[in-house]
Write a protein that binds this ligand. Sequence first.
Ligand code: AHR
Length: 347
Amino acid sequence: MKKIVEKLKKLVFGHVSILIVLLCIAPLFFVGKGLFQGVEIEQAPMEQEDLIVVGVSQLGSESDWRSAHTLSIQNALTKDAGYFLIWNNARQMQENQIKAIRGFISQRVDYIVFAPVVETGWETVLQEAKDAGIPVIIIDRMVDVKDDSLYTTWIGTDAEEEGKRAGRWLERYLRKKDRTSEEIHIVVLQGTPGSTAELGRTRGFCEIAGYHDNWNILEQTTGDFTATRGKEVMRDMLRRHEDIDVLVSQNDDMTIGAIEAMQEADVSFGEYGTVTVISFDAIYDALELVKKGWINVDIECNPVQGDYIDKIIRRLEKGQPVGKSYIVEENVFTKENVEKFLDSRTY
Ligand code: AHR
């Protein structure tokens, strides 16, 4: 009987002590998670020592263009090419990007690559990366900082030039249609407020519009670079303005949404309609609409930036100098030239 009692004691106290140990270590798991709450950052395992570790903060996944941009980076910086990628999707929030960059710094990555959601507010975190000696490569959009030594280089698109291209195309188009003295009513669907793509395209287009007294910009409202918002905002614009001649939509996703709104409101558009449609990005689905004459012109914004990043990193690895900025090549697509580009468009 005594033996049985002893055995029972051992069993009970054994379990109690395991429970106590578990209760003590549980908070450690939560503390570890809490450090980067809301930011998914993959840890670089020790065996990756021979790979180049790159922390990438992508600003979100708002558009088809963005998916193509993400794919271009992930296809270029592969393990086979010698990279270990730590990926972060910031879901359109600057604070998520700042947290992610801080996470990359504390993990001592070799390079930080990031596409800033907006232009301002980066000085502090970039100074932290500089102090840690980690080169920063900015991609797609730009940052607005006084001290450009806070980053190593920038690879992206020329948003202001894109805006000017849209304006110059409209100049030529109206001349061809003999509408240079008629009042032209324009509405603009803008992208994410404060982003380079929104600021640059707005600045560029408005500069050209400023040369034409007959161009009247009725409204510029953000559609957040998404098809859903593009549709909603266009629907409201159609209610507010009866006489829209031109829609300038700062990306294809919003344009596709806006086209749906025009169809539902029975408003004709494109080559053969009343609303001339100017779009940006030139993704495959939109180029198809250019071919059909639904979109009059599509100003390209090139998302294929992965190979540039790879080349820059390789140069830096060899200790070779790199330039401060690189602008990717871009085109303008209309019904006249679109067909020869459609087949090779992969996004
Ligand atoms: O910064 C590039 C812009 O961002 C693209 O025009 C748009 O589609 C994307 O979301």
